[in-house]
Design a protein around this ligand. Structure first.
Ligand code: B12
Length: 216
């Protein structure tokens, strides 16, 4: 990790908002890969999360860290979008949402954005999405790919319930389901009954391309 990467992680994880934004802006201005900048942000968020668990940080710090991350994401997005062809034909529809009981959406929003700039039509149902809402949206949109995001341990059950509800509604054979978000891993994918797990927005894009028959 370079000195500036380190400085960005340090500034974000200690809530030095102005400094964090300055460093991120300078990196992006100099042409550092925006995805690299976002990876440093994830590291900072992991530190914030760990400090929260240790009772060193509390809710205000989570909120503050989330706000800093959102601002940096907003700076990075237009640079990722550069060079994308707006008129390109869409590769297919992907439905995404943060599952019931969970309101974390920064990671999901990055996935949504990355799918969008890679040519997918993304229907984002937002946060705290009930299984029924997913079912209604699958029926309405005719989508064949569903992404479930969740950051809480509680979200594992919500994901499992959502997959089960999609099954009970008779729609399971029609859709591929991918899960992701902070603590989700392959073991959780197994638990939820989903088809795949994606650790990052890049993995989400690769899997959707695979499923929707587009060249990676
Ligand atoms: C910011 C934050 C918040 C903000 C969220 C703001 C927002 N708009 O999202 C706020 C303050 C609202 C918040 C609230 C809470 N939080 Co919080 N939060 C965090 C924190 C610090 C960062 C999360 C984040 O945005 N990360 C950055 C993004 C970019 O994450 P990412 O993982 O890199 O995202 C990538 C992948 O996950 C993947 N991905 C994401 N979604 C999807 C979906 C699919 C389909 C795919 C394929 C991939 C994919 O792609 C993303 C981009 O590459 C985490 C700590 C952490 N280590 O993550 C805790 C954390 C998630 N929160 C936690 C907790 C406990 C809470 C609260 C319960 C606190 C409380 N007592 O009220 C509430 C929950 C409210 C609720 N009902 O949901 C715990 C969860 C613990 C647990 N085991 O459940 C964590 C882990 C902190 C901790 N270590 O204790 N939180």
């Amino acid at each position: 990790m370079g000195d500036r990467d380190q400085a960005l992680v340090e500034a974000m994880s200690t809530m030095e908002e102005t400094e964090a934004l300055e460093i991120a802006t300078a990196m992006l201005d100099e042409g550092v890969d925006p995805l690299h900048v976002l990876r440093q942000c994830k590291q900072a968020m992991d530190i914030v999360g760990a400090k929260f668990e240790e009772n060193v940080y509390f809710i205000p710090e989570l909120v503050m860290a989330g706000e800093i991350l959102e601002q940096i994401t907003a700076l990075a997005k237009p640079l990722i979008k550069e060079g994308q062809d707006e008129d390109e034909e869409k590769l297919g529809k992907v439905l995404i949402g943060t599952v019931h009981g969970d309101v974390h959406d920064i990671g999901k929003n990055i996935v949504t954005f990355m799918l969008d700039v890679n040519g997918f039509e993304v229907i984002d149902l937002g946060i705290d999405v009930s299984p029924q809402k997913f079912i209604d949206a699958i029926k309405e949109s005719g989508t064949t790919v569903v992404g479930l995001s969740g950051f809480l341990t509680l979200a594992f059950d919500a994901m499992k319930d959502t997959v089960a509800a999609i099954d009970e509604a008779g729609l399971r054979d029609q859709v591929k389901i991918i899960v992701g978000g902070g603590q989700v891993n392959d073991r959780i994918r197994d638990y939820t009954g989903a088809d795949a797990y994606g650790a990052s927005a890049t993995e989400a894009v690769a899997r959707c391309k695979d499923w929707l028959g587009a060249a990676a």
